[in-house]
Design a protein around this ligand. Structure first.
Ligand code: PRP
Ligand code: URA
Length: 206
């Protein structure tokens, strides 16, 4: 299932991220805020369990989360989504996947992987702002599946139709969340209109 979160607050902040004159400080701040807003939707159906508590007025049955949440950012740009989600889910654990996309072949290359132990029994949110060809997201989900993860959600900011189609074909069992679905990929694999190179814009490296 693909969900595009066409929400006015998200679209407004994303518009400022897209502008080429936006610097890394404002880019990061908007990304943080969008990540929190997306977390609210992505976590809408997390498993809950009943517990009995006592308020100052009475005993009552209410609910708390019945799952661990593990965030798995794809380095580097996925790190930009972590803090905003942790603001809403402060108990989440964090794993890391290092992937870079070869600029010629557009194929993803793995350079790092480190995960909390509980992947199998947790809701795993794989994070990356950009879903271009889909190669990185597909490879990252393969990596967490190989280590036992079963309840996986892919959270991206901007997707290209080509990447969405490839991801759905590779992982039809994984829900994909996007803040925006853009028009197309250009001939060097960048999303159009997109926002440019997310990692470089977050970290000011170009
Ligand atoms: C970017 C982006 C994704 C990937 C998307 O990362 O953050 O991980 O490209 O492209 P794809 O869908 O075609 O795989 P990049 O490889 O530039 O690394 P970075 O985050 O370190 O800048
Ligand atoms: N990676 C990015 O950061 N931006 C794109 O448009 C495509 C891949």
């Amino acid at each position: 299932m693909v969900t595009v979160l066409n929400h006015p607050l998200i679209t407004h902040k994303l518009t400022y991220m897209r502008m080429e004159e936006t610097g890394h400080k404002d880019f990061r701040e908007n990304l943080d805020e969008i990540a929190s807003l997306m977390a609210y939707e992505v976590c809408r159906d997390l498993p809950m369990k009943d517990i009995t508590i006592k308020t100052p007025m009475a005993e009552c049955v209410t609910q708390v989360l019945d799952t661990e949440v593990i965030l798995v950012p794809i380095l580097r740009a996925g790190m930009g989504l972590v803090n905003g989600i942790l603001d809403l889910v402060p108990t989440a654990k964090v794993g890391f996947i290092g992937l870079y996309r070869d600029e010629e072949t557009l194929e993803p290359h793995e350079y790092f992987a480190k995960f909390p132990k509980e992947l199998e029994d947790s809701v795993v949110l794989v994070l990356d702002p950009m879903l271009a060809t889909g190669g990185s997201a597909i490879a990252a989900v393969n990596m967490v599946k190989k280590r036992g993860a079963k309840n996986i959600r892919m959270v991206c900011l901007v997707g290209a139709p080509e990447g969405v189609a490839a991801f759905e074909k590779a992982h039809p069992d994984v829900d994909l969340y996007l803040a925006a679905l853009d028009d197309h990929l250009n001939d060097i694999g960048y999303i159009v209109p997109g926002l440019g190179d997310a990692g470089d814009r977050i970290y000011g490296t170009k």
